[in-house]
Design a protein around this ligand. Sequence first.
Ligand SMILES: [Zn+2]
Length: 371
Amino acid sequence: MQTSIPVLLYHHINYDDDVLSIPPELFEEQLKFLKAEGYESITKEQLGEYLQNGKKSWKDKAILITFDDGYLDTWVYAYPLLKKYGFKAMAFIVTWTIEEDEYCGFNLEDYWNGKIKKENIPNCSSTYSIDNGYKIKTVRRLCWEEVREMERSGIIDMQPHSKTHRKIYASDKIIDFNHPKDKLSAWTMVKGDERFGTPDFERKPELAGREFTADEELRNRLYQHVMDNGFISFFKKTNWKNELFKIVDEYKKEKGTDKIGEFESEEEQRRRIKAELEVAKGEVGYEVRKRCTAFSWPWGAYIPLSLEIAKEVGFQYLFTTKPGSNSPGDSPFEIKRFGVWKKDLDWFKSRVRLYSKKLLSKAYGAVYRKI
Ligand SMILES: [Zn+2]
């Protein structure tokens, strides 16, 4: 008998070469397996009832399928395949990255119906470009009309995953200075100053930390130094970092203190987190015309304060990235999910079976948290 509900966390259904990108063919195999095993996909409300009073509103076995981030491939591949096998899902979207288009693009269903050729299926792969010395990864996103269409179908329940999905500077120790780097994607964007030469500090997900802001005067001085000394080519010097640290030291001497900035107050932190959650909730709600009651934490990261605020703004189902059990008595404010990785079908089968057992998934979740 099933004693825990596996909640699956997907990111991409596409052909990108990374562990979070599941090729559509593999995704289809996974859905076929779930169907053959008698799994029904349930809604957050059904899961909530099960967690709160053990009530099962399905025949045999249940799973809940979720997608994070709002990528175009949720529309192009995931949605048609879910529809084909009679499954439902939830998608958590980042509102400020939604595309401007006002109509739905083609998807796999148009190909099945003979409307388009295979090569006309929209390309969902990431692309890379260099912008001002930064290597930028561009991922294709959903547009609002696609979001609305999937919501209207009743197949995908659309919910927020934050407005910005950014990090904040969360320490006052300079670990580096912003400079051209190879490995930067939209997800490493920080809410603070990112101009070249400005200080870089330890970063934390914005809903899980207290924000530190370095003095504007110091930031301007550092940036100006980079500008006056060749901008991008300044970083070709071997001792560029020392030059910038010297400016920081001079600044401290001048001010007569080691303090180079301010942490936000608890009140400011509360307001910032509340605004982020309210805006994300409001934007998705407005676009799909409903009251959103679920949220998935960016990077799965939250602190007691953000949990409290999430409840305050009206979220009833909070999705983490922690693995573990979803069994009667477990909290709908801490729904456990397991990340579906690009591994063979046997791996997927073993994970679904494991997370269908309360004791096994609890034990597995505990071990996972230690490593
Ligand atoms: Zn995310």
